[in-house]
Design a protein around this ligand. Structure first.
Ligand code: AHM
Length: 334
């Protein structure tokens, strides 16, 4: 049976968006296409995990002292490879690399953009077949074109992002990205090997019933955060509840679900780690950008994530993110 639906690939979509801007150079479209290509390679490898020797630890720890998995390294190499050989990116920062990598060559020095990545988020879930993801953030350079990118290009406030997105390797593989014009989701159609538009103009529901937090850390959270969690647990049908708790431990999967269904995701600071676990530049900023463009909100408990000053590449921050009304209730409670 023929399905009477126009299929639009990621490339077609980004090119169509670009055509609305006569001065656009196509660099951002090229960048998104490159990211989509690396994501397809990671998708293939993630789907073979268990059959080939890619599960398990790489045998080292990253700059933050966390165990590095083989798939983390594979994913990092894919994103680094396509962007280094593409023509749209002047350098990258990644969870897997101590410092930024500047692609210092004649073509890259002319590129307008730099990218930050968490190549494979949710590492602890890799070996047990639970959804994982890639997160990316794109900034326009502030350094002079024609010269190599500098650290200042990467250490910008989240509000300056020109695009941000994620790929979720779940029951299907999806790429979701946001620009100031909106948030759109593309599902990988394996029969043609293309990301195709499946979730146009995503809006985060104003409210929802899901709260996502690691309850195991409850007694390490600040009292005001505990108070909000108690509020969630005490919801009844008479005051917008009952709420349900869902926590996968893969931020991409947790925030993706809440973006589609409505909900709030929290990774607060703990007594051991007052700044929490999540990284500002390649985990929190991109999601804050996506969720805000979709109509939701994201804070560190005091100010918008997108307004937090970036001082180091691997900086951490507490994060609270989700549906607008749930976030407002959170802000009024703490
Ligand atoms: P990772 O960068 O090592 O993959 O850790 C990030 C992940 C997030 O995806 C997730 O929200 C969080 O760690 C879960 O941490 P915890 O197990 O402490 O709840």
């Amino acid at each position: 049976m023929l399905i009477n639906r126009k299929i639009q690939t990621l490339d077609e979509f980004t090119i169509q968006q670009m055509r609305d801007f006569p001065n656009a150079t196509g660099e951002l479209s090229g960048l998104l296409r490159d990211i989509g290509l690396a994501a397809k390679r990671v998708h293939v490898e993630v789907n073979k995990a268990g059959l080939v020797d890619i599960l398990g630890d790489y045998g080292t720890t990253n700059v933050q002292g966390e165990e590095v998995k083989k798939l983390d390294i594979f994913a990092n190499n894919q994103f680094m490879g396509v962007l280094r050989h593409g023509i749209s990116c002047a350098g990258i920062g990644s969870e897997e690399m101590d410092d930024i990598v500047v692609f210092d060559d004649a073509v890259s020095n002319q590129s307008k953009y730099v990218c930050l990545f968490d190549p494979l988020d949710g590492s602890a879930n890799i070996d047990v077949n639970v959804s994982i993801g890639t997160i990316f953030s794109v900034f326009r350079r502030v350094s002079e074109l024609g010269k190599p990118a500098t650290k200042a290009d990467f250490l910008q406030q989240g509000i300056k992002q020109v695009a941000a997105g994620y790929i979720i390797y779940g029951s299907s593989t999806m790429m979701v990205y946001a620009t100031r014009r909106g948030v759109n989701g593309f599902t990988l159609d394996q029969s043609i090997g293309e990301f195709t538009l499946s979730h146009p103009d995503i809006k985060c529901p104003e409210t929802g019933r899901i709260y996502s937090v690691n309850h195991g850390n409850y007694f390490q959270y600040e009292e005001k955060v505990q108070k909000y969690i108690n509020t969630c647990q005490l919801k009844t049908k008479d005051n917008g509840g009952p709420y349900t708790q869902r926590y996968i431990g893969s931020m991409v999967a947790d925030v993706h679900r809440n973006l589609i269904k409505g909900g709030i995701f929290m990774y607060p600071g703990t007594t051991d780690k007052p700044k929490g676990k999540l990284r500002l530049l390649y985990e929190c900023n991109p999601f804050a950008f996506i969720v805000e463009i979709a109509g939701g909100k994201a804070t560190n408990g005091n100010i918008r994530i997108l307004e937090v000053e970036a001082t180091e590449i691997h900086q951490r921050t507490p994060m609270f993110i989700g549906s607008k009304l749930m976030m407002e209730e959170f802000e009024n409670t703490i």
